[in-house]
Design a protein around this ligand. Structure first.
Ligand code: ARG
Length: 470
């Protein structure tokens, strides 16, 4: 029998017409957070152990009681590990579930654990610990993604593809350069998670319900035991602050935007008209009706998940908006969006890491596409500026005429006879053809951070060193 069926009672005659359950049952259901906050059990046990050890040292509970409680908590943890956390809505949340089981195991001494704390500082501490771990996990995942990007970029420092603006062929670039753009995005994401982690690393435990406590607690001790840099400074803020969760979600949302952009590249590249990549079978699916199809579902889901992750951020922002100090029960709704975003983000990072690592890049198709679309038109204009001392605006105009002529004949720029180019502007000579190849074009763009293979190679080497790949 489910928890809901378990709790039938008579509905309220005034307003309960549409409810099959009575008000107390509805209260019980709406109040219960155990279905989701049981995910915090490890953090809850760790925080309780740190708290009771401190109570013992400070003489707030006897050393003997502190030991009994600590051993009992280990036993509860072992049960959770083996059988999962039981879900009893009457116990509301993970904090009461654990305390109640502790009391069954060690008797009334369990009641001393909650001295000098409240569920308000308890949940704030547990959740911070959880989000801190989540930052570490994302960081490890992003490092893997970066390694995959750097590895593939290293293989393709001189593979030429069209670079786009407005998704129109613009100038030739190297595939390595394109992939390394995502390395830079991931680097910024990692720094955002690191900054969020550093900012959140203060311990709210000991703020108690909202005002602090009259017991002689040692907040430095509990903070240190839980790996925090120190205790938080204001008890009201401690129990009502969820900035750490919002910081995490903001970093997650921005990271997911990057992943969705990378996913979109793969989706476009895998389409038949492009044909730039063959996606790994392991991250694609077939169609139930069209036998020829191989769909980029994983990439599409990463693109879709970014919408959900941004939704999680919005959900928590709206929950926190306008809440007066200190704790309000609204804040119990802080966890589901964070848990959801963390799960979606971890999957998205893993999917994109696999896609980058295992995709086959069809470099001959990319190169052919770079040669279409007059990608080296800027190089012709630059040549006119450099070699014929023509002002850029005029060079731009001359080049436009050359492109128009080539287009009308259905040929590439470097296939126009010199005589025709000279008819457009007689200052053009046959040295121009060397400037019009895609190789010359990319090699020329050796400004700092440019697409030239020499520059990409440099950045790949720096990235490999930063990732400890050497
Ligand atoms: N389960 C609650 C939460 O997740 C913590 C308990 C605080 N409850 C309270 N009535 N003060 O926010």
């Amino acid at each position: 029998m489910s928890e809901r069926e378990n709790s039938k009672s008579v509905s309220n005659t005034m307003w309960g017409g549409r409810f099959s359950d009575g008000p107390s049952a509805i209260m019980r259901e709406i109040n219960a957070s155990i279905p989701f906050d049981k995910a915090l059990w490890r953090q809850d046990i760790a925080a309780s152990k740190a708290h009771v050890a401190m109570l013992g040292v400070q003489g707030i509970v006897s050393a003997e009681d502190a030991r009994a409680i600590s051993t009992g908590l280990d036993q509860v943890a072992a049960e959770y590990e083996a059988n999962g956390v039981p879900e009893n809505w009457d116990l509301e949340d993970i904090h009461m579930t654990t305390e109640s089981r502790l009391a069954e195991l060690i008797g009334p001494v369990a009641g001393r654990l909650h001295t000098a704390r409240s569920r308000n500082d308890q949940v704030a501490t547990d959740f911070r610990l959880w989000v801190r771990d989540a930052c570490d996990q994302v960081d490890a995942g992003l490092a893997m993604l970066q390694k995959a990007l750097v590895t593939r970029a290293g293989e393709h420092v001189d593979s030429i593809m069209p670079g786009f603006t407005h998704l129109q062929t613009a100038q030739p670039v190297t595939l390595g350069h394109h992939l390394m753009a995502y390395y830079e995005m991931a680097a910024r994401d990692r720094s955002r998670f690191a900054a969020a982690r550093a900012r959140m690393n203060l311990c709210p435990l000991g703020a108690a319900a909202l005002a602090g406590t009259g017991f002689p607690i040692d907040r430095d001790m509990t903070a240190k035991a839980l790996g925090f840099d120190g205790p938080t400074a204001n008890s009201l803020d401690s129990v009502s602050d969820r900035d750490f969760a919002l910081d995490y979600l903001m970093a997650a949302a921005q990271c997911s935007l990057h992943l969705s952009r990378l996913a979109e590249e793969f989706i476009i590249w895998a389409s038949q008209p492009f044909g730039f990549v063959a996606l790994p079978d392991s991250l694609s699916t077939g169609s139930s009706i069209m036998p020829q199809k191989k769909n980029p579902d994983a990439a599409e889901l990463v693109r879709g998940h970014s919408g959900r992750i941004a939704g999680c951020l919005t959900a928590l922002m709206m929950t926190m908006k306008g809440l007066p100090l200190a704790y309000s029960k609204d804040m119990q709704d802080d966890k589901p969006p964070v848990f959801e975003a963390a799960g979606l983000l971890a999957l998205s990072i893993a999917a994109m890491t696999g896609m980058v690592a295992e995709t086959t890049f069809r470099t001959e198709r990319m190169r052919a596409a770079a040669e279409l679309g007059y990608a080296t038109a800027t190089d012709l204009a630059d040549w006119l500026v450099r070699e014929a001392n023509i002002p850029f605006r005029e060079a731009h105009h001359i080049t436009g005429s050359a492109v128009k002529l080539a287009e009308s004949r259905g040929v590439a720029l470097d296939q126009l006879p010199l005589a025709d180019l000279q008819a457009i502007d007689q200052r053009i000579d046959d040295r121009v053809f060397a400037a019009l190849s895609v190789e010359t074009s990319v090699a020329a763009r050796a400004s700092h951070g440019g697409t030239a293979p020499s520059e990409v190679l440099k950045r790949v080497a720096q990235a490999r060193a930063a990732l400890g790949m050497e």
